[in-house]
Design a protein around this ligand. Structure first.
Ligand code: ASP
Length: 315
């Protein structure tokens, strides 16, 4: 199995890696259930320091990574507002990064710049401190760790119905600018015969030739999972360009009646009104569970990066 040094793009993972990561995730969850297990995890990376460099807003990904690092006993520091750092004095982003890399053993990074995580990783490789980079969201391009937790959620949900292969996943909302959608589709393509349907307004559809619709109700009955997304208007080229309402792209108590009884509803969150809150307690709603799955998958991923995965599996 190839050992990844950085986590940058969904396409870097193969099935062998995914299966390995989810074995670690499941094991970590079991270990964490006891006090002695939690203490074991807390010592695992207590000699390591992590920097969370988030120059784009985040609630879940930031807190999920932070808690994952705490579970592993890492010390942490963070930058969330680059207007208070020396970038404002004209320092280049790469100089800032090189500085940060001298303090820590891992950098977890979210930036509006679609290429910066990859650029950072190759830049640091040429320095004397090639600390690993985890991409926690790069512009509208990629969100590989969200895709990892989404696949984990799908796999757990379809445990008794034959797994992910052969399933139909319907994506709805702002797909062309949804980085979680793009990363997840790349991982779904590693499973056999997964059918993808997109339901989005014409201007927000993916360019690739998936079966498409402008009407959510048209394919709801076919889906094994419905993956909802919000309108990503922070990427509007002209401010307010996507502020019109997208009434036809919402899940409600009414239209979920069209869904199969054992299908699931996912959302990377935050939501606006594309999922009505009165379906939150429907057993098919998985979006709160995705949050929790995300934290555990990230614990597994960080332990893997520091080569503690085999120790965990042996515990
Ligand atoms: N939280 C996800 C992301 O960072 C989805 C979203 O923002 O709509 O991409």
């Amino acid at each position: 199995m190839i050992r990844h040094q950085d986590i940058l793009l969904a396409n870097q993972f193969d099935r062998e890696f995914l299966d390995h990561l989810y074995d670690i995730t499941n094991k970590v969850r079991t270990i964490a259930k006891t006090n002695s297990g939690s203490l074991y995890l807390k010592k695992l990376l207590s000699d390591k320091r992590v920097m969370l460099y988030f120059s784009q807003p985040s609630t879940r990904t930031f807190m999920s990574f932070l808690n994952a690092c705490q579970i592993l006993g890492m010390s942490h520091s963070s930058i969330r507002d680059t207007t208070t750092s020396s970038e404002i004095k004209g320092e280049s982003k790469l100089d800032s990064l090189r500085t940060l890399s001298s303090y820590v053993d891992l950098i977890i990074m979210r930036t509006p710049d679609a290429e910066f995580a990859e650029e950072s990783a190759s830049f640091l490789k040429k320095t004397r401190r090639p600390v690993p980079i985890i991409n926690a969201g790069s512009g509208s391009k990629e969100h590989p760790t969200q895709a990892l937790l989404d696949i984990y959620t799908l796999q757990r949900s379809f445990k008794n119905t034959g797994g992910i292969s052969g399933k139909t996943i319907l994506f709805c909302g702002d797909l062309s600018r949804g980085r979680t959608v793009k990363s997840l589709i790349k991982l779904l393509e590693k499973y056999d015969s997964v059918k993808i349907i997109q339901c989005a307004p014409d201007e927000l559809q993916l360019a690739r030739g998936f079966k498409s619709s402008n009407r959510l109700e048209e394919y709801l009955h076919e889906a094994d999972a419905v993956y909802m997304t919000r309108i990503q208007d922070e990427y509007d080229k002209v401010k307010g360009e996507t502020q019109r309402s997208y009434e036809g792209f919402k899940l409600t108590k009414d239209n979920i009646k069209l869904m199969k009884p054992n299908s699931i509803i996912m959302h990377p969150l935050p939501r606006r009104d594309e999922i009505s809150s009165d379906i939150d307690d429907d057993p098919r709603a998985m979006y709160w569970r995705q949050c929790r799955n995300g934290m555990w998958t990230r614990v597994a991923l960080i332990a893997y990066l520091f080569e503690r995965d085999e120790d965990i599996l042996k515990y």
